[in-house]
Design a protein around this ligand. Structure first.
Ligand code: SF4
Ligand code: SF4
Length: 383
């Protein structure tokens, strides 16, 4: 049956959305074979690419919002099609014409909080550094070695605040000269951009860049791969460049230099989940594993899908803010994969992954079967 967009006047915009690369698509379907959606329901990036080429995308459909920007299909596309920029452009068009399926409304609602309070969690900016009370954390001051850019989930989410506290204690113990921006920190803007909020992304990026420059920031350490990706690969669009390191890189460096001594045994079977924006998008696969391997007593096992084939948690591309029905959650499958290799702990290094996995752990009633840990939490236990 022929698909006809109800907005024929935007057909040219849709055709332009794909940029140059999607005309190379020869409809092989490899993208659909590797896409995690096809483990839980039918979804076709191949079809989106084809329809966009003819300006026929049903811009108001759910499918426009499904891609988690996990980065798997671009790795395998034999024709170099850029599926993620195409999908983001289609979301920008949907945003411009304000046509959203019901499932996306909750995600769109984060906009106001991002602009007013600098975070998507509907929390007050004034409370952004409350997690650090009673911890050895100082406000960033010019001349400090490292800015610890905490990120929204680590600042406000009760589960992730524990990982932020572990991080602060570890860095203090290693004698790292670091500070935080507190209320001057705003969301990096990565995920709002992926759901078509280009204006909001640019506002947030400019706020952060101005703060970094005003405060004399040179080197930034981040816990979230989404902050990492944006600072490293997207903020340079504003003609600035800061040294950015992920927490796993910093911790491994501290361990290798003998500034952190891992001496306590952690007698557990652990599997590591590669977050999409740390692994596939930025090539950081080894550092988290090297840290885990350096912990005495810890047994590291690999899941069926790991490293470049890591199974997405389902939270990227703004999906962390959307409701995904039971039966369609990638995180449920991932917990199953961790169970298959007998892992007692599913370790990762991304706030979205931890959020998605903790939700699955609860809904699947796996509380007694498996623990979800940020690698910093495991490191702290081993010190
Ligand atoms: S893998 Fe690439 S060439 Fe093949 S259908 Fe998908 S976009 Fe087209
Ligand atoms: S980027 Fe990932 S979620 Fe998006 S279409 Fe490709 S494989 Fe599917």
């Amino acid at each position: 049956m022929e698909t006809v967009t109800p907005f024929p006047e935007i057909a040219d915009e849709i055709k332009e959305a794909g940029g140059e690369t999607f005309k190379y698509c020869y409809q092989c379907g490899k993208c659909d074979v590797v896409c995690p959606w096809n483990k839980v329901r039918k979804f076709s990036m191949r079809r989106i690419v084809r329809e966009a080429a003819f300006g026929l995308t049903e811009i108001e459909s759910e499918d426009v919002w499904r891609c988690t920007t996990c980065g798997t299909c671009p790795q395998y596309c034999p024709r170099g099609v850029e599926q993620i920029p195409l999908g983001v452009s289609l979301r920008r068009i949907a945003t411009k014409y304000e046509v959203f399926p019901a499932s996306v409304r909750s995600a769109r609602a984060v906009k106001a909080g991002l602009l007013l309070e600098g975070n998507p969690l509907n929390e007050e900016r004034a409370k952004r550094a409350d997690w650090a009370r009673d911890l050895p954390v100082r406000p960033f001051a010019e001349g400090m070695e490292i800015l610890y850019f905490v990120g929204c989930y680590h600042s406000y989410d009760p589960r992730l605040k524990k990982a932020a506290a572990a991080t602060a204690r570890i860095l203090h113990k290693a004698g790292v000269d670091f500070g935080i921006l507190g209320t001057k920190e705003s969301c990096c803007g990565e995920s709002i951009r992926k759901i078509g909020g280009e204006k909001e992304f640019r506002t947030l990026a400019k706020q952060n860049i101005k703060t970094f420059i005003d405060e004399g920031v040179k080197k930034i350490v981040v816990a979230s791969p989404h902050c990492y990706h944006t600072f490293k690969n997207e903020y340079p669009e504003f003609m600035v460049s800061f040294e950015v390191v992920h927490m796993s890189q910093l911790l491994l460096d501290l361990i290798r230099k003998g500034r952190l001594e891992l001496k306590e045994e952690y007698r557990k079977r652990v599997t590591y989940h590669d977050p999409c924006y740390l692994g596939r998008h930025n090539g950081i696969y080894d550092e988290p594993r090297e840290i885990l391997k350096a912990i005495p007593g810890l047994e590291l096992v690999e899941m069926a899908s790991s490293r470049q084939d890591s199974l997405c948690c389902g939270g990227g591309g703004g999906r962390v803010w959307m409701d995904t029905p039971k039966g369609e959650r990638f995180s449920d499958l991932r917990l199953g994969q961790a169970g298959e290799v007998g892992a007692q702990v599913l370790a990762t290094s991304c706030p979205y992954c931890i959020t998605m996995f903790e939700d699955s752990r609860l809904s699947l009633e796996y509380e007694d079967k498996i623990a979800i840990k940020d690698i910093t939490e495991i490191v702290e236990e081993a010190l």
